[in-house]
Design a protein around this ligand. Structure first.
Ligand code: AMP
Length: 287
């Protein structure tokens, strides 16, 4: 692949230009949903309900192949924003629910349940420099990953009120570098790290240190499934025990306060149970 390198200053402009073109060519196929909210404490969680057409399309069985198709081995050129040094390519999520949903995939194959590396965090901090949004990682199928080729993800701030994600409104004062805490407001297994001031050199290295600290404090095994949420300021790790509850699949965005359900009935079930209880059911256990 010979995509041009993508500097942080060009990321948002490229996102808009590539999105416009990919919609014209049909390479980008957004999934329509109805956006609803559920109040939680001082914020509102977002629940997107798939439309009928989207539901039909999602149910379509994948063509049977000996080797499952890897969409990230050779990303569709119309979706590609550019290379992100040292080892990644940034592209649009082809089937996006949220607008301007970016993927950061490794150029060479690495498995999704492999540990995140310095290269992953260097690429991620480059992208977060260009877009002060919410990055996330679904480590393994139980954590919501649908592709085996390593991919980090980044979306613009989800809100409300300028928050990177609804869960951000529930977070306590962030711990300083070298410390992790659990937030009393989050009733599911998790640990939170603060990343210190944004913009100093060595951002990727500091993110890698926080990630290692969170994993160690959580006692996560090398291939254990987990979700990771990352902003410029904080990193949240959630161990996973189950992929779904009540038929609702949960990935990292769920723990950010943004759920996706297939039907209005599923929405009602989540509302009756309470979204935080749904998250507690699919998170792992704190050691
Ligand atoms: P996840 O499901 O969390 O593992 O994230 C993988 C994402 O890749 C999904 O959200 C899909 O919408 C997206 N995807 C699937 N096929 C392609 C493709 N050919 N190009 C770009 N993105 C894709």
């Amino acid at each position: 692949m010979n995509a041009a390198s993508l500097p942080p200053t060009a990321l948002w402009h490229r996102t808009l230009a590539v999105t416009r073109h990919a919609l014209e060519t049909g390479a980008l196929q957004p999934i329509a949903t109805e956006a609803r909210t559920l109040p939680i404490a001082n914020t509102a969680f977002q629940v997107r309900v798939l439309g009928r057409v989207a539901l039909k399309e999602r149910k379509r069985p994948a063509p049977s192949q000996a080797e499952p198709f890897n969409p990230f081995a050779n990303p569709e050129p119309d979706l590609v924003l550019g290379d992100v040094p040292p080892a990644h390519v940034c592209l649009l999520n082809k089937f996006n629910v949220v607008e301007h949903h970016l993927l950061l995939v490794t150029r060479a194959f690495e498995p999704q349940d492999a540990l995140l590396t310095r290269a992953d965090f260097d690429a991620l901090s480059t992208c977060l420099e260009g877009l002060d949004g919410l990055a996330f990682y679904n480590a393994g199928e139980t954590a919501g990953a649908s592709q085996r080729h390593k991919h980090l993800q980044l979306v613009p701030p989800l809100g409300p009120d300028g928050y990177r994600a609804p869960v951000e409104a529930l977070l306590p004062t962030l711990p300083g570098p070298g410390r992790v805490i659990a937030a009393e407001s989050l009733p599911f297994a998790h640990l939170l790290a603060g990343l210190g001031p944004w913009g100093a050199p060595g951002q990727g290295e500091r993110m890698l240190a926080a990630y290692r600290l969170l994993r160690e404090a959580m006692g996560l095994g090398e291939h254990a499934p987990y979700n990771l949420l990352v902003t410029r300021d904080w990193m949240l790790l959630v161990p996973r025990s189950r992929a779904e509850h009540l038929g609702v699949n949960v990935n990292a965005l769920g723990f950010a306060g943004s759920l996706l359900v297939r039907t209005p009935e599923q929405f009602d079930a989540v509302a009756a149970l309470g979204p935080l209880e749904l998250l507690r059911q699919v998170a792992g256990v704190t050691p």
